[in-house]
Design a protein around this ligand. Structure first.
Ligand SMILES: CC(C)(COP(=O)(O)OP(=O)(O)OC[C@H]1O[C@@H](n2cnc3c(N)ncnc32)[C@H](O)[C@@H]1OP(=O)(O)O)[C@@H](O)C(=O)NCCC(=O)NCCS
Length: 146
């Protein structure tokens, strides 16, 4: 298993995992994030198959985890953990001090994952998402890098 910066040829696999796990992006938005110099995709490749990715953005001394997803068949194997660790090391090289992210209050597995990794609740955005026919709050989580 290898974690590395994404190549353009990985973008279709990223799209498939994103579509299956989150469903917010199109092939065009993924390409445009890939081409943005303040964004970076990292992927996890196992036996020539992409099984997870993370997308971070960074500017000044702050970064954001825009998305992270692991192929359903490979979850709870520390792939998400490895992707987050790898991205965090990269962000430290960019002199990032604080990482933010936004997550639906209904996404219990992702919230557990982030809390396990030292993120703390910063504030809530009321009715930020529209899920299952109603407004859902977003939690904004924050981690200060030591
Ligand atoms: C969130 C996500 C990326 C985690 O990836 P993963 O590879 O399955 O997670 P890991 O195996 O690295 O988990 C590390 C720790 O996080 C916590 N965790 C991860 N998934 C969890 C779950 N479903 N329930 C409770 N805790 C969980 C656990 O503490 C876990 O450690 P443990 O297995 O030793 O108990 C994955 O569940 C996913 O792709 N979810 C769908 C997409 C998504 O919601 N992304 C986040 C919003 S952008």
């Amino acid at each position: 298993m290898e974690i590395r910066k994404a190549k353009k040829t990985d973008l279709n696999d990223i799209y498939v995992i994103e579509h299956d796990s989150i469903g917010l992006e199109t092939k065009n938005t993924i390409l445009s994030s890939y081409q943005n110099h303040n964004f970076c995709y990292f992927v996890c490749e196992d036996k020539k198959k992409i099984i997870g990715f993370i997308l971070v953005s960074f500017a000044s001394d702050e970064a954001e985890i825009i998305s992270i997803a692991v192929d359903k068949d490979f979850r709870r194997n520390k792939i998400g953990q490895s992707l987050l660790d790898f991205a965090t090391k990269f962000l430290l090289t960019k002199k990032i001090r604080t990482i933010f992210l936004e997550v639906s209050e209904n996404n219990k597995s992702a919230i557990s994952f982030y809390l396990k990794n030292g993120f703390v609740k910063s504030y809530e955005r009321k009715n930020y998402y529209f899920e299952n026919g109603r407004g859902t709050n977003a939690l904004v989580l924050r981690k200060i890098l030591g």
